[in-house]
Design a protein around this ligand. Structure first.
Ligand code: MG
Ligand code: MG
Length: 272
């Protein structure tokens, strides 16, 4: 069952989402060769707690840390460790925060030092597909329209769309109905309705869409060992249209990136 949110609840969810957005902004300044994912995990935990929130993943389904840290061929759900990041790596950081009874959940794939152009292209196309999917998250469409937009864009570029993991409804629980696959058929699936809040999160592989599991019981990695990217936003339907609750603005500021791909979506003025 889809739990629709009131305007007031959506504002609370925006607060939770923005705690995560700012956390990712803090991390953006720290991701570089030589830094360990455990160090970044501790930074994130401290920052989230300083915002009056608690880490959303820590202890969820018994996950041991604040961040899911998935470098290179790791797709999602990697566990932070003491291995330093190296020049040319990519690191997908997925972060959750819980505040005022609601979860925020979003993710970004960072470049570590100088990354080769094939990988840069994977990141660019995956991020583009996220916004193309969000554009379809509106009244009159169905879940399949969102997945189709993501899949079509990524497959056009020869990439594999992970099937095993999907986006999801978000609210008082981290994972609510409906599932939001990153693949689909136009006009198929559940109807999108006013007050829905979801996490849209393309997980896109440079090669095959097929995946394996590491023996740690958590980490999902690509079957062919090629890199994988992951970008995630929290989005509500307000007045029939997609409204972004999370933002990559803090990351862009930290990295000196100028982009305008969030401008078409309504956001409240960011006061913090
Ligand atoms: Mg996430
Ligand atoms: Mg998610």
């Amino acid at each position: 069952m889809i739990v629709v949110k009131t305007r007031e609840e959506i504002e609370l969810m925006r607060e939770s989402a923005l705690v995560v957005s700012r956390t990712l902004g803090v991390l953006a300044k720290e991701v570089k060769p030589g830094v360990t994912t455990l160090y970044l995990d501790k930074l994130a935990e401290d920052y989230i707690r300083s915002q009056g929130a608690i880490p959303g993943f820590l202890g969820l389904y018994d996950f041991p840390n604040t961040l899911c840290m998935s470098p290179n061929a790791h797709v999602v759900h990697g566990i932070p460790n003491d291995k330093p990041l190296e020049n040319g790596d990519i690191i997908s950081i997925d972060c959750g925060a819980f505040k005022n009874g609601f979860y925020g959940d979003h993710a970004y794939t960072f470049e570590v030092g100088e990354v080769n152009s094939d990988i840069q292209r994977l990141l660019k196309i995956t991020k583009e597909s996220l916004y193309l999917g969000i554009r379809e998250f509106k009244i009159g469409n169905r879940v399949g329209d969102v997945g189709y937009a993501i899949q079509n864009h990524c497959e056009k570029h020869g990439y594999g769309v992970v099937r095993e993991l999907v986006g999801h409804g978000l609210g008082r629980k981290m994972h609510e109905a409906p599932e939001m696959p990153n693949y689909g058929r136009r006009g198929r699936g559940k109807k999108l309705i006013e007050g829905m809040v979801v996490a849209i999160e393309p997980m896109i592989n440079m090669g095959t869409h097929r995946t394996n599991h590491l023996s740690d019981g958590w980490t999902i990695l690509t079957k062919d060992g090629k890199p994988s990217a992951h970008f995630e936003h929290d989005v509500a339907i307000v007045d029939g249209k997609p409204e972004l609750l999370s933002t990559f603005k803090y990351i862009d500021e930290a990295l000196g990136i100028v982009r305008n791909d969030e401008h078409e979506f309504r956001q409240i003025p960011l006061l913090v």
